[in-house]
Ligand binder design. Structure first.
Ligand code: C2E
Ligand code: MG
Ligand code: MG
Length: 434
């Protein structure tokens, strides 16, 4: 092979093959024989495709060239920078001493230095000066790094974690990271199977009015894993979202809700049921049609369905969320803002969206009634809801004193362990029919 082929023409840096050879030698000579530690960094530019699309390939190439220049200028003579792929660079840090902790912290410091020289100074492409963001994964080369493929895989996993965290950060590979990733993948596979094999079920937590009367109930998903046992929705809902299983899960939740409504109706019970709808599902183009199909197939009364949606739902795309909510509202479905007061709330949503109910988050309830700030916030929410004609349900009620305070200040209904824990749907239905 011609030697030129070992260098990337855009950055004039060694290409992947040459870099791998260099790591290979380092592994043998320094790491295995002399127990001197090293590190491998993999750097990836966040959203580089957008830069290419917006400013053109020439601008992209200029940036890549300049990245190579900055990286090369910042490392020691024994280290090596390589342009390994598209917008990906790798750096080998070769002489990090024999103390693991010192080597790790030195590698991290270098990673931080490289990150700041790439992200703090703009890149000049013609008239435009551009800032970039960079994700970095890094791993230590030691006598246990048996193969280069393993080293590269570790650095790649760390990079993946950095990107998962939202990018523009540095993640260190260690076995804990690896375990987490492997576990996550196996959970994704298991969840897909669970959706087919009915390992998921719904429980129900009732809501009560001031006089102890039932006013409705919320359905909550549960997953009983054949090996791991019970897995919380707080853990598996995000997995479903990432694994592309959200649609399936939402349709399943809706079917359970609709069938339960029909069974309640047959028993002469007319309480509404609340079901959690993920933001992702609400924004899907065919979501309204999917809901209609489930309503038609089950014959459930839409007017007794309440969709609980967290605020993040409309942050991404207010117009689409609003449109879908209006269409569903026309069918009779009501909306509740879940976890209200837990995060950032833009009050204009309350006027622009067809909302019926606010569901005060447990974080606002837990310090009641002693904490004066919580008191003030709750009173403010209740006052505002009254003005806007919204119903208010508070969740996470664990003490009588919390319930008293909330009812005294005009809260419509309460949900929490103090009144009832989530229970099997059947159990609750039997209680209602009595
Ligand atoms: P959420 O909708 O805010 O549900 C309320 C959570 O508070 C439930 O947790 C419930 O069991 C818990 N809870 C109720 N009363 C109390 C109390 O007095 N004290 C405390 N400490 N907690 C209480 P769970 O069942 O673990 O659900 C967690 C979250 O997972 C839910 O929060 C909801 O956002 C999500 N989720 C559950 N089921 C589904 C589902 O079918 N679809 C979707 N998209 N999300 C779901
Ligand atoms: Mg909820
Ligand atoms: Mg909630």
């Amino acid at each position: 092979m011609h030697p030129i082929a070992s260098y990337d023409p855009v950055t004039e840096l060694p290409q992947r093959q040459m870099f791998i050879k260099y790591i290979d030698q380092t592994l043998v000579d320094l790491v295995r024989k002399k127990k001197v530690l090293g590190a491998v960094l993999v750097l990836d530019i966040d959203g580089f495709r957008k830069i290419n699309e917006t400013y053109g390939l020439d601008a992209g190439d200029l940036i890549l060239h300049e990245i190579g220049r900055r990286l090369t200028g910042a490392i020691q003579p024994c280290d090596m920078v390589s342009h390994t792929n598209g917008d990906e660079f790798m750096v080998l840090l070769a002489l990090l001493g024999t103390d693991r902790l010192a080597a790790a912290s030195s590698a991290l410091k270098t990673a931080e230095k490289l990150h700041s020289i790439l992200t703090e100074e703009p890149f000049q492409t013609g008239e435009v000066s551009l800032f970039i963001q960079v994700s970095i994964g890094l791993t230590i080369l030691d006598e246990h790094s048996a193969k280069i493929s393993q080293v590269l895989q570790e650095a790649g996993m760390a990079l993946h974690m950095a990107e998962e965290k939202g990018g523009n950060c540095i993640v260190f590979f260690n076995s804990r990271i690896q375990t987490r990733i492997t576990e996550r993948l196996s959970l994704e596979r298991d969840l897909a199977a669970a959706l087919k094999a009915s390992q998921l079920h719904m429980v129900l937590q009732p809501q009560y009015g001031q006089h102890g009367q039932v006013t409705g109930a919320e359905l909550l998903a549960r997953w009983t894993h054949p090996v791991r046992g019970s897995i919380s929705p707080a853990q598996f809902i995000p997995i479903a979202a990432e694994a592309g299983l959200m649609r399936q899960l939402t349709c399943w939740s809706l079917r359970v809700a609709c069938k339960t409504l029909v069974a309640l109706q047959q028993r002469g019970v007319n309480h509404p049921l609340s079901v959690n709808i993920s933001p992702q599902s609400l924004l899907q183009p065919d979501f309204v049609a999917a809901v209609k199909t489930i309503l038609d197939k089950t014959g459930a009364p839409a007017s007794r369905l309440i969709f609980e949606i967290t605020e993040e739902a409309w942050l991404d795309d207010l117009e689409i969320a609003a449109q879908h909510m209006r269409e569903l509202n026309q069918l009779g479905i009501r909306f509740s803002i879940d976890d209200f007061g837990a995060g950032f709330t833009n009050l204009t949503y309350l006027r622009r969206l067809p909302i019926d109910e606010l569901k005060i988050d447990k974080s606002q309830v837990q310090d009641l009634p002693e904490n004066m700030d919580s008191q003030a916030i709750i009173q403010m929410i209740l006052g505002m809801a009254r003005q806007l004609g919204l119903r208010v349900v508070a969740e996470g009620i664990e003490m009588a004193t919390q319930a008293e305070f909330l009812f005294q200040h005009g809260c419509d209904a309460l949900q929490g362990f103090w009144m009832a824990r989530p229970m099997p749907i059947e159990t609750w239905m039997e209680q209602q029919a009595k």
